[in-house]
Design a protein around this ligand. Sequence first.
Ligand code: DGY
Length: 289
Amino acid sequence: MPRDEILQAVRGAEGLLVFPHDRINGELLDAAGPQLKVISTMSVGVDHIDLEECAKRGVQIGYTPGTASDSVAEFNVALALAVCRRIKEGIDAVMNGGWGRWENALYLSGIEIKESVIGIAGFGRIGFATAKRLKAFEPSKILYWDVGPLEYAKEIGAEFASFEELLQNSDILIVCVSLTDGTRGLFNTEVFKKMKRSAIFINTSRGAVVSQDDLYTALTTGQIRAAGLDVTTPEPLPRDSPLLSLPNCTISPHIASVSVNTRYAMAELTARNIIAGLKGEKLPAPACN
Ligand code: DGY
């Protein structure tokens, strides 16, 4: 819904179901009114919600942690494979009459996950679930960067790395961090320059953790090999975005969590959050307050 319609529609509501593209701030809370008791976002990310402002006004906030880990992890694998094996370029060749015009024996040759170093930035539920699946492809190593070494990483033999080590060693770097003040714009020129020139960069977290202009430069000047993005800034990505013109950039429309099972699970938890909030009870999945 356009913003002005949302601001009208929320008036007098006691509970709201929202999505990551709905900005929940003082303006929206004012428009809703003081009777508002609960908001639940049908998402794992809560970066679109001013949690402090909601807490100040006594509005409970719910979200859907854990519901999307498997779905997003599978999508991370799918996107990593698609980029490693240049599937977008292959499909484009088929659609545009390029099939058969093999330029040389390495035409559309990709890289394998086997023997590659996988790097995961952010080793929470999604990062771990992704690493667990990628282990089956026999990478040479799985590195992860997080607040510090994590006990559960040992289960799959993933090794803790500093951010620098992660950048310098990863052949395939998958971003699974939440968007916070600390991660906004984290992946910029300075960072891309530290990565291998052969590296593949995958992001299914939030578009704002990446400087898109810097990523464009990295992809066009050979600082890194290729990227796969399920999230961008803004969303939808305008059709004239320079990133869309790049053969080595595969972009999907924020669908990593969109499997039927997961969407039902997210919807159910969102509903349970709202019902609890309306009854004045503690939410099954509170985002903070
Ligand atoms: C999430 O759950 O935060 C996904 O990015 C979108 O629904």
